[in-house]
Ligand binder design. Structure first.
Ligand SMILES: Nc1nc2c(ncn2[C@@H]2O[C@H](COP(=O)(O)OP(=O)(O)OP(=O)(O)O)[C@@H](O)[C@H]2O)c(=O)[nH]1
Length: 799
């Protein structure tokens, strides 16, 4: 007898608080409920909080023991159990649907061929009728690079979503898979796009260039995949290029990314003569025919000169798998040969559990061997039910709960990306649980607002297709839903919220203004839109200079927005010099006792605040605390003090940059019955802050960037010289047979102009990527210069 359905334990979650109370007071009630379960099956067991479905298919005894297990857990630790799902065997209908769904992303270093490969995928799956190249001669451009700017520069700026159906053919059988696909930008400045995509995807294809192997940005993408536990297959592209060497790429994935990897194919020919691949699992040769490689020809016979190599690499594949998979390890130790099915199953297990990445190879531009990569997506990347997705239950002290991608469960979805379109705001949603229907009401977990879903579409780059309903585990976009990026939606029956994604802090800023004042309204519209779409793009008005300042992840990031403003909103802008986003902090504890007093006739101002300021434990936040006893300052005024503190942190006394890593404690004060006001306390706190800050040995902090540089070995001396000149701290160096990689912490300030100098000193062969790491004290000389400059500006302004 099998339990084929779920215990709908969201209902348990709903009433668990109540239940836990009852259970902890009267454990016998639980036992009673357990015994009663089979009888109340099919109805909402309000007393037990369990809602049972399809109970007629269960044996009573199994039900009882299953329910007992749930209740036992709930009784033992009511605080951690919110949603307990018992699935001994997946619901067969849901399982069959989910087994054929893949949500994948394509991520890689710049120019590795992500967009070119995606174009092939869309063509082979019948989504587009013809192939257009990135920067191609036909001037159409690839489907997924829909922005003019992307097409011109040949880089992807925004991630684009699309979907397709792939029919996998094997052993005379056909299986249709539904693939939701996101093409992501390669440049680090658009890293938020990659983060957003990885947050909601179940698996990824990591593309590498056959000539360059693992590049600096591949390392960043690898870090991001690890952050979100995204399993991946690897595709070595550009096998048609001179100097293509897939083995170097495999070696580097093992060495540099430290993830066990083995090729599951060997190339037939290389460079100009690249013809196809040998599939090492089935030991068959795969070729592409037809004008665009659309016909796959599988031959039993492997080219004679490749037989030895194929055997050797197959053995290597099995050995690598034996290291990460017990079943293959056993077969290997018994000196037996695993069957193709056993190898495939092991690759799948090891890939899904993040222990391994299978490496495929081909050439997207030459239309070769892309289809086997699609087969591998279906074979080795997880379906939505195989990925653990967690939410927090707000109604139960944010206890973690596991989401189950079943249509029949209450709806939970995450808005992971916003985009302004001609028809209003488009919100991309990943449905984690339940289904989303047109006309349905959903609740925003952050704002608690109810919204109706007027229209659901599936996105195909910049085109869309309207649908009535989207099932669990899928990705769609909706219109007319006002929300922020990262908001969770539910059907209202649950208090779930999904953990939000990592949003890096902007590190660079520019002052900006429209050249013509008549463009001001369009300028503001554009600013609002860009800010809503991109959490790493921020806008603020400097209160002193009254200038609009934009901040972002790098020079290119900001340049692109300035350019988009010109193209999409017809606003030409003037910009200032790029500025590093410095921070200010104090380094010692300073007590304060400050009184604000203006009592010269009429209504006056009075506020006294006493306490201290000190460096906080970590250089990541500012903290305000009140330790008032005896009510010397009322709640209302303390709130005003906190506001004053927060306002002061926005503009530090040293440079006018934000304050970081500073705590303020107020433990005493005084109030005047008539003259005290919120404004007086706010101002008093700001004055106290300023005085204490200046006395607290203040320091300027600068952003340090995790920098990865790769270049051919002969340039190592030059690169290290460049880094030394910039006072970089070299953390690690890896030297490969041809290339070396340096990992260093560099201050952002010292990296202006680095790309051209690196190019000059490595004959254009060196590459680097930077990612914000942390704030650290700026060198004393720089601090002095910055402070002097700021003081001079202030004087000039006040003169
Ligand atoms: N020789 C060769 N060139 C390729 C291949 N695939 C892509 N390219 C070329 O490499 C360049 C970059 O390709 P894209 O597809 O734009 O690369 P991308 O990874 O999407 O680039 P970004 O989005 O800017 O990071 C283009 O000029 C392509 O024509 C390939 O298999 N062989």
């Amino acid at each position: 007898m099998r339990i084929q359905s779920l215990i709908r334990a969201q209902s348990l979650a709903k009433s668990l608080r109540n239940e836990a109370r009852i259970a902890s007071r009267c454990p016998w009630r639980c036992a009673f409920s357990t015994a009663a379960l089979p009888r109340i099956g099919g109805t909402n067991g309000s007393r037990t909080g369990l809602k049972l479905e399809n109970t007629q298919t269960f044996g009573q005894r199994r039900w009882q023991s299953a329910a007992a297990a749930v209740l036992e857990k709930a009784t033992a630790d009511p605080s951690t159990l919110a949603q307990e799902t018992i699935i001994e065997n997946l619901d067969p209908v849901e399982a069959a649907r989910l087994a054929r769904v893949r949500n994948i992303g394509i991520a890689a270093h710049i120019d590795s061929g992500k967009t070119t490969a995606t174009e092939r995928v869309l063509f082979y799956t019948g989504r587009i009728n013809s192939i257009h190249e990135v920067r191609g001669k036909d001037a159409v451009g690839a489907k997924m690079d829909s922005m003019d700017l992307e097409r011109e520069k040949g880089i992807t700026i925004q991630s684009a979503a699309t979907f397709c159906d792939w029919v996998k053919k094997e052993n005379g059988q056909e299986e249709r898979y539904h693939i939701n696909l996101i093409d992501t930008p390669g440049h680090i400045d658009f890293t938020i796009e990659v983060e957003r995509a990885l947050r909601v995807l179940d698996g990824a294809v990591m593309i590498l260039c056959a000539v360059s192997g693992v590049q600096s940005q591949t390392i960043t993408v690898d870090r991001q995949m690890r952050r979100y536990n995204v399993p991946r297959i690897s595709f070595v592209n550009k096998m048609d290029r001179m100097g293509a060497n897939p083995w170097k790429a495999v070696e580097q994935i093992n060495q540099k990314l430290r993830i066990p990897a083995a090729a599951i194919q060997v190339p037939i020919g290389r460079e100009d003569n690249f013809q196809g691949v040998v599939d090492l699992i089935r030991m068959k040769a795969i070729y592409n025919e037809g004008s665009k490689g659309e016909v796959i020809v599988v031959k039993d016979e492997i080219p004679a000169d490749l037989v030895e190599l194929a055997k050797e690499k197959r053995q290597k594949l099995i050995e690598t798998l034996a290291d990460v998979d017990d079943e293959i390890a056993e077969i290997f130790l018994d000196e037996k040969e695993p069957t193709p099915e056993q190898i495939k199953a092991a690759i799948r297990r090891a890939t899904v559990s993040l222990k391994f990445t299978p490496v495929l190879m081909g050439s997207a531009l030459a239309d070769k061997s892309v289809q086997p990569m699609l087969d591998a997506v279906c074979d080795y990347l997880p379906n939505p039910s195989e990925v653990e997705n967690m939410a927090l239950d707000k109604r139960r002290k944010e206890a973690p709960v596991k989401l189950v991608s079943y249509n029949s469960l209450p709806f939970v979805g995450l808005a992971f990306k916003l985009e302004e379109s001609n028809f209003g705001q488009l919100t991309y949603i990943r449905v984690y649980q339940g289904s989303l229907r047109k006309g349905m009401n959903v609740f925003n977990a952050r704002s608690d607002k109810k919204v109706k879903i007027p229209k659901i579409v599936r996105m195909h780059s910049n085109e869309m297709e309207e649908v009535q309903e989207i099932g669990a585990g899928e990705i769609c976009a909706v219109f007319g839903v006002d929300c922020a990026s990262g908001d969770t939606f539910t059907d209202g029956s649950l208090g779930y919220t999904m953990t939000s994604m990592f949003v890096p802090e902007p590190v660079i800023s520019l002052s900006i203004k429209p050249k013509n004042t008549k463009d001001t309204s369009n300028f503001s519209k554009a600013m609002n839109r860009f800010q809503r779409e991109d959490p790493t793009f921020r806008v603020h008005v400097d209160p002193e200079s009254q200038e609009t300042v934009i901040s972002g992840m790098g020079e290119l990031h900001l340049d692109i927005y300035v350019e988009r403003m010109r193209r999409e909103y017809r606003v030409d802008c003037e910009t200032g010099q790029p500025q590093v986003a410095y921070r200010e902090t104090i380094t010692k504890r300073v007590p304060f006792d400050h009184t604000l007093k203006k009592q010269t006739g009429g209504s006056g101002d009075f506020a006294r605040v006493v306490g201290w300021m000190e460096p906080s434990e970590a250089l990541t936040e500012n903290k305000f605390e009140e330790q008032i006893s005896g009510g010397t300052i009322s709640e209302k005024f303390l709130f005003a003090c906190e506001k004053g503190f927060m306002a002061s942190c926005q503009k530090g006394p040293l440079l006018g940059h934000k304050v970081l890593g500073t705590s303020m404690v107020i433990n005493d004060g005084a109030t005047h019955a008539v003259d005290s006001s919120e404004m007086a306390f706010k101002n008093a706190t700001q004055q106290a802050f300023r005085k204490a800050f200046v006395a607290g040995a203040p320091q300027v902090l600068e952003p340090l960037m995790k920098t990865t540089i790769t270049a051919p070995n002969e340039f190592q001396g030059n690169v290290v010289g460049l880094l030394n000149k910039r006072n970089a701290v070299i953390n690690d160096t890896e030297i490969g047979p041809e290339d070396f990689t340096v990992y260093a912490d560099c201050s952002l300030n010292s990296m202006f102009g680095f790309s051209s100098q690196l190019r000059a000193s490595t004959q254009g062969k060196g590459e680097f990527s930077m990612e914000f790491s942390h704030y650290s004290p700026a060198p004393p000389q720089l601090q002095k210069e910055l402070v002097a400059k700021y003081e001079k500006e202030q004087k000039e302004r006040n003169a």
